[in-house]
Write a protein that binds this ligand. Structure first.
Ligand SMILES: [Zn+2]
Ligand SMILES: [Zn+2]
Length: 301
C-alpha cells in the first residue's frame, strides 16, 4: 500500500484514500474542506488510486505495482480467476459507429459472398441496436464459412455487445476478453472490456472498483458525456456507501461537466441524471432496471 503526505495538513494518508486537487495531493478531510471552500471544476479534482492494491480482492502487494487488467491494478490470483471465469450498466450510444469502424478492416478478407452479406446484415442490425439479431447473423456467417479465422476472431465482439445490451456485463466479460486478446492493439476492444468491467463491478456492489473503472473510462474518453455521467453515477455510489460529502460534490461536478456536452433533449441522459439525483438524495443504490420499474421514465421524487 502506498501512502502520501497531504499538501495542506502534512498528515500521512493512504493513497487510495486521497484526492489530487489542482495538481496537489490531499487527505480526505482536507479534500472535503477544499471542495467546500474553493471553486473547482471536474478537471481540477481526481480520486487517487493505489497501483499496489488489487481492486478485486484488496490484497496489498506492498510497494510492488500490480499488473494492469484493462487499466486497473489486479493481483495475479485475481487475474487468473477473472480470465477463466466468465462474469454485468449498459451505457447507450457507445456501440454504433465504434463497432462499424472496428470491423471495416476485416470485411475485405472474406471470400464468400454470403458470409459477407450476413456480416453486413449483422452490422446493420447492430446500428439499429438489434444486438441479438446481429449476433445471430454472425453465427449464420460462421455456419457458411466454418473455417474462417477472421469470423472466429470478431464473433466474440457481437456476443459481448449482445450480452451487454441485456444488462449482463458479467457475462460479456468473457467474450470481450477474448476479443481484446485477439486484437491487443485495438482501442475499441479495450473500451468494450472496460465498460463490461465497470458494469460487473456495479452489479457486484464493488463500488470502489466501479468508481475506478469509470474514472479510467472518463479519462480515456473525455469528450464523451456518458462517460462523465457514469463517473458521476459511480461517485454517487461512493457517496451512498461512505456518506462522504466529497463524493457527492464530485458526482455533481461530473454531472455539470457532462451537461456542457449533452444535447438538452437527450432522453437517455435525462433518465440517467434522475437516477443519479435519486442516489444522491436518498443514498439508495438501485439499478437502471429497478429505477425504471419504480419511476418509469419520470422524475424520481
Ligand atoms: Zn490533510
Ligand atoms: Zn486480487
Amino acid at each position: 500500500m502506498r501512502t502520501l503526505e497531504c499538501a495542506t495538513c502534512s498528515e500521512t494518508t493512504a493513497m487510495s484514500d486521497s484526492f489530487r486537487i489542482t495538481e496537489k495531493d490531499h487527505c480526505r478531510s482536507c479534500a472535503e474542506k477544499k471542495v467546500e471552500s474553493e471553486k473547482l471544476t471536474a478537471a481540477d479534482i481526481r480520486h487517487n488510486s493505489d497501483p499496489t492494491v488489487c481492486i478485486e480482492c484488496k490484497t496489498d502487494a506492498g510497494n510492488r505495482e500490480l499488473p494492469l487488467l484493462s487499466g486497473l491494478p489486479v493481483c495475479e490470483a485475481c487475474t487468473e480467476r477473472l480470465i477463466y471465469r466468465p462474469f454485468p450498466m449498459w451505457v447507450q450510444g457507445f456501440m454504433g459507429s465504434l463497432a462499424l469502424i472496428t470491423l471495416l478492416g476485416f470485411v475485405v478478407n472474406f471470400s464468400y459472398i454470403h458470409a459477407f452479406i450476413k456480416l453486413k446484415q449483422a452490422n446493420l442490425a447492430l446500428g439499429r441496436g438489434e444486438t441479438e439479431l446481429a449476433y445471430q447473423h454472425v453465427q449464420g456467417a460462421i455456419v457458411l464459412v466454418p473455417n474462417s479465422k477472421d469470423l472466429e476472431l470478431i464473433a466474440p465482439m457481437y456476443q459481448g455487445i449482445m450480452l451487454m445490451s441485456k444488462g449482463d456485463s458479467q457475462g460479456a466479460l468473457e467474450p470481450f476478453r477474448r476479443f481484446a486478446k485477439n486484437f491487443p492493439q485495438d482501442e475499441g476492444a479495450r473500451r468494450f472490456l472496460l465498460e463490461a468491467q465497470a458494469g460487473a463491478y456495479f452489479d457486484q456492489h464493488n463500488y470502489p472498483g466501479f468508481f475506478q473503472a469509470s474514472q479510467e473510462l472518463a479519462r480515456l474518453y473525455p469528450e464523451d458525456p456518458f462517460m462523465l455521467m457514469q463517473e458521476s453515477s459511480a461517485a454517487a455510489c461512493m457517496y451512498a456507501v461512505t456518506s462522504m460529502e466529497v463524493y457527492k460534490k464530485l458526482s455533481l461536478l461530473f454531472l455539470a461537466e457532462a451537461h456542457k456536452r449533452l444535447r438538452a433533449d437527450d432522453e437517455n441522459a435525462r433518465v440517467y441524471e434522475a437516477r443519479i439525483n435519486h442516489r444522491l438524495n436518498t443514498r439508495e443504490i438501485i439499478s437502471s432496471r429497478e429505477f425504471e420499474e419504480r419511476f418509469g421514465h419520470g422524475e424520481a421524487k
